[in-house]
Ligand binder design. Structure first.
Ligand code: PLP
Length: 360
């Protein structure tokens, strides 16, 4: 029986990528050594980093006035690194609170300067994306979470920054590489790898060159973007194996036809699943129609009296794993990132239909 992993993160990876990871764990590119044993100063590993950066630059069409960094510490470290590096002393920034991750980003900004929360859907359990938020003219940047992994909302239109000197910062951990984006709309993008790019352990940062080196405060060396820019993400021992897996994932996306093709597949998968949630008498989506995520799809029973765990074990018997909703929301959540094949979505839809019959 085929198993499909609907986990929100670490999430499933393409078969082909896992096979390549298995090979590289044994021997990397005819070196006779495992990639995990190799120095980051060695020629093959330096080339691997250059290749990975080149690939993501191509796929996302990253303009030449941006740096690409491969860092550690997850998106959570970026919650503090962003304000530490780009928020002037005594300055403020605007944040839109669309969920648990935004909330954490706001808390970290408030330790360094002031976060103005200019929009929040917290009172409605984050079931929609607040729009028409009034930005502050004195704010240095506007921070958004482009896709909200836990609640299943996603920005369909990226807000414009009104402040002429201001810029947009986005946490794209759970929808990076799911569709083409216009990088020039952003001053800084960050994303942990383990949702849509690779394994945990590496974090992508794309930062406009003029935002590096402002020196607003004395920073610990590792917290300073300039350190990592100066050393091509190799100031300290980088997560080489994780970067290798990201590179393999990027190759896989290229072979599918790039991000335009990826977006078509993602839209197709999500559309099917939302249609079934709407059609099926047992389930409903709590999320505002216009803001529904193509990556994380939460759904709940439309009536009380049914037990979540019963449907979850029904799914597990059919190889459909990790469908439990986040503990703060309950119900179910199907994370259908790039690597979830359409057959996995089809199998889930069949299970929902069979369960409906069984309950009738
Ligand atoms: C998972 C996630 C994070 C946290 O990532 P870590 O790598 O665990 O720090 C932050 N933001 C979003 C949107 C996420 O999905």
């Amino acid at each position: 029986m085929e198993t499909y992993n609907f986990s929100a993160g670490p999430a499933c990876l393409p078969e082909r990528v896992l096979a390549a990871a298995g090979e590289a764990a044994k021997q990397f590119r005819d070196t006779g050594m495992s990639l995990m044993e190799m120095s980051h100063r060695s020629k093959p590993v330096v080339s691997l980093f250059e290749e990975t950066t080149e690939r993501i630059t191509g796929l996302l069409a990253i303009p030449s006035n941006y740096h690409v960094l491969w860092l550690q510490g997850g998106a959570s470290t970026q919650f503090s690194m962003v304000p530490l590096n780009v928020l002037p002393d005594g300055g403020c920034a605007d944040y839109i609170n669309t969920g648990a991750w935004s909330t954490k980003a706001i808390a970290e900004c408030n330790k360094i300067g002031k976060a103005n929360v200019i929009g929040s859907s917290r009172e409605n359990t984050y079931t929609y994306i607040p729009k028409e938020c009034v930005q502050n003219t004195e704010s240095s940047y506007l921070h958004i979470t482009s896709n909200n992994t836990i609640y299943g909302t996603q920005y369909k239109v990226i807000p414009e920054v009104v402040n002429r000197d201001g810029f947009l910062v986005a946490d794209m951990s759970s929808d990076i590489l799911s569709k083409p984006i216009d990088v020039s709309q952003f001053g800084l993008i960050y994303a942990g790898a383990q949702k849509n790019m690779g394994p945990a352990g590496v974090t992508l940062v794309i930062i406009r060159k003029d935002l590096v080196g402002a020196n607003y405060r004395t920073l610990p060396t590792m917290m300073d973007y300039e350190t990592h820019v100066a050393k091509d993400s190799m100031f300290n021992t980088p997560p080489v194996f994780a970067v290798f897996v990201v590179n393999e994932t990027l190759k896989w996306i290229e072979d599918l036809g790039g991000l335009e093709a990826m977006a078509v597949i993602n839209e197709q998968k999500a559309k099917k699943l939302y249609l079934e949630i709407e059609r099926n008498s047992l389930f409903k989506s709590p999320i505002a129609v216009d803001d529904r995520s193509l990556m994380n799809i939460p759904f709940v029973f439309s009536e009380s009296g049914l037990e979540d765990h019963d449907f979850l074990s029904f799914c597990e018997e059919q190889g459909l794993m990790t469908l439990k909703g986040h503990r703060s929301v309950g119900g179910f959540r199907a994370s259908i990132y790039n690597a979830m094949p359409e057959e996995g979505v089809d199998a889930l839809i069949r299970a929902m239909q069979e369960y409906e019959k069984e309950q009738a």
